[in-house]
Design a protein around this ligand. Structure first.
Ligand code: MG
Length: 362
């Protein structure tokens, strides 16, 4: 078999000799032969296809280590890997798009309290948390106040304390009268306090035999500004919005199974019964990725928000949640009804619900 010089191979593969030398150094495309005396690289014609694949994957922005893996796969496997990579890129981009929108709103000083043309809005709310039918204690925390709505689902030895500490750290936002423009900073500061509080709860074991070191919590909260709701979300608690009769889930679970769904490796139906469906990718806790999703939602009179822990969403079908939210005008009655539904389905987990209505002030 005639080997090609690096120049000829570069021409045939439409890659530069410089790129080919780099791919060799990175272990992405090893020449068929390297002359021991001159160091000249020679390539086999059948390596052309792989050279082109490497070039295309580089153009996609795929990290080198992953390109190396793809090149070692058979075509079917490689296709799956590229699909998974791209789904992840799109999910990351979506999260950054939300943050960009938040910053644009923040920097343009979007403050509808200044340009309000309709009646002022306020929240009518209720919160309820229940241990469920199986767990010996309740590690969830649910909170609703005139400005703050929050659900935290603690885990580990001191999970209940972790969740409560996280929500408690946010509660200072209730009384802070930060200018609307400082909202993002106020939220960041509060999240920092929440994270430190959780770390304090799950301090390294002091030798007393407790299993506190793995304690952590999810945290999903909304802060009312008078015209908007700022959403902070870490973990697998959820927020739904009932608007114009339709129910939307406005948070994205930070779980292993959700990322598998995003990557097309798992269907939502398979995920529902997946043994590791509660494994979190993000949480507040030692060693956990605590990067929050942050978003601003314009409030509209008539909107109804539901914050809930996974103790509700894993056992009560979305259709039933929709029905209760639609048919139960009073927030107190709605949270009671939702918790009862979870318990009627076996109540396998702690369950927490916050329902908040955006209402025009009389
Ligand atoms: Mg739970």
């Amino acid at each position: 078999m005639e080997l090609l010089t690096i120049g000829a191979f570069a021409k045939a593969s439409r890659l530069s000799p410089k790129a080919l030398r780099l791919y060799d150094e990175l272990g992405l495309l090893t020449p068929a032969r390297v002359d021991p005396d001159t160091g000249y690289r020679r390539y086999a014609p059948e390596q052309l296809e792989q050279a082109r694949l490497v070039a295309w994957l580089r153009r996609l922005g795929m990290p080198l280590a992953r390109i190396r893996r793809v090149c070692a796969m058979d075509p079917g496997e490689a296709a799956g890997e590229i699909r998974a990579y791209w789904a992840r890129v799109e999910a990351d981009t979506a999260a950054r798009r939300d943050l960009a929108a938040f910053l644009v709103d923040h920097l343009t000083g979007k403050d509808p309290t200044m340009s309000r043309t309709t009646a002022p809005l306020s929240l009518r709310y209720a919160a309820l948390s229940d241990a469920g039918r199986v767990r010996p204690s309740n590690q969830d925390t649910a909170y609703a106040g005139s400005r703050l709505l929050a659900v935290a689902d603690g885990y580990g030895g001191r999970g209940a304390l972790a969740g409560a500490a996280a929500v408690d750290a946010l509660r200072s936002l209730e009384s802070e009268t930060a200018p609307a423009g400082d909202l993002l900073n106020a939220l960041e500061d509060a999240l920092g306090r929440a994270e430190r509080a959780v770390h304090g709860v799950s301090a390294p074991d002091d030798g007393t035999g407790g299993d506190s070191t793995d304690a952590g919590t999810t945290l999903t909260a909304m802060l009312w500004t008078g015209s908007q709701l700022a959403l902070v979300h870490i973990g697998d608690s959820r927020v739904h919005l009932l608007r114009d009769g339709e129910l939307f889930q406005i948070t994205h679970d930070h779980t292993v199974v959700q990322s598998l769904i995003d990557e097309g490796r798992l269907t939502p139906e398979e995920a529902a019964s997946h043994p590791q469906r509660s494994l979190l990718l993000r949480a507040l806790g030692r060693g956990a990725d605590s990067t929050p999703d942050l978003r601003l939602h314009d409030a509209r009179a008539g909107d109804r928000y539901l914050l809930c822990s996974d103790g509700l969403s894993t056992v009560v079908p979305a259709g039933d949640i929709h029905r209760v939210l639609t048919d139960t005008p009073e927030p107190e009655a709605a949270v009671r009804e939702l918790v009862d539904l979870a318990n009627a389905s076996g109540g396998p987990d702690n369950v927490s619900c916050v329902v908040a209505d955006v209402v025009a002030q009389a």
